[in-house]
Design a binder for this molecule. Structure first.
Ligand SMILES: [Fe+2]
Length: 149
């Protein structure tokens, strides 16, 4: 993979990560205390994801930039409106998005691993930790869904 292509791919991931942050940063709006506490930590995790991807782009000599112009990234990327949705719908949507995120990272990691360049193996390791956390979040959300009617 050429550097430019890789940086473009990383900026796409960065955009999605900003979307994820947007899902959790209003954690205080949730009535359920367990959801509030969990989303607060998820927000921190998403910030870590953003920081890691940003660091990789900068270390490659690239410029971190969000691809979607402004506002509701998730809405624009997935065509989903979160406003006015029930708790159950919100959790279900987020679960779907985290599942997609895990799949996206998984494809990205595989692509990097197929590349023999040592640097790309290093980036694959960083991306795989984000991949794992997306899966953990997805699993928590799936589990939470079982408690909601
Ligand atoms: Fe994330």
């Amino acid at each position: 993979m050429k550097d430019r292509e890789l940086i473009r791919e990383l900026n796409k991931i960065l955009t999605l990560e900003h979307g994820h942050l947007g899902m959790y940063e209003n954690f205080l709006n949730h009535r359920d205390k367990d959801t509030r506490r969990t989303f607060r930590r998820f927000m921190e995790i998403e910030k870590e994801h953003i920081n890691k991807i940003t660091a990789v782009i900068l270390n490659m000599g690239g410029k971190p930039s969000i691809i979607v112009e402004s506002g509701d990234i998730i809405g624009q990327l997935f065509g989903i409106t979160i406003n006015a949705a029930t708790d159950r719908e919100v959790i279900k949507t987020y679960s779907y998005i985290e599942k997609k995120s895990h799949q996206g990272y998984s494809d990205f990691v595989t692509k990097l691993e197929d590349d023999s360049e040592a640097r790309n193996q290093f980036i694959a390791e960083i991306a795989s930790s984000n991949m794992l956390e997306a899966q953990l979040m997805h699993l928590w959300l799936e589990d939470k869904l079982k408690t909601l009617n």
